[in-house]
Ligand binder design. Sequence first.
Ligand SMILES: [Zn+2]
Ligand SMILES: [Zn+2]
Length: 110
Amino acid sequence: MDQPPPHEECTNCGLITVNSGLCRRCVTLPQCPVCKRRLPSNAFDTVPGNCQACDRKNRKKLQKTRHAIDNIVAEVNLPTDDTDITYERFITRNALNILEVMDEHIKMKK
Ligand SMILES: [Zn+2]
Ligand SMILES: [Zn+2]
């Protein structure tokens, strides 16, 4: 009975390889430092660098942070009343509120 030749699976693409670890194709590919995958160079914007999938994830994270900040600002409510005939009067009346809110945000950042 013939024994199949010893082999291992490529840790990157799962192909059967006679080398241990990576197959001959994957060993030449650039590796993404974030997800550790070896990908064809067209999956990277820059080599060496993150792959496009990881870049996209990074960008999403940045956008989420922006939204969070927007939400905090949007949550601040300044009440208006009948004496707010002009924008200036409204601002003057709420100046203390606005300063307090700004103060809190500055403290939060520290
Ligand atoms: Zn491979
Ligand atoms: Zn990646």
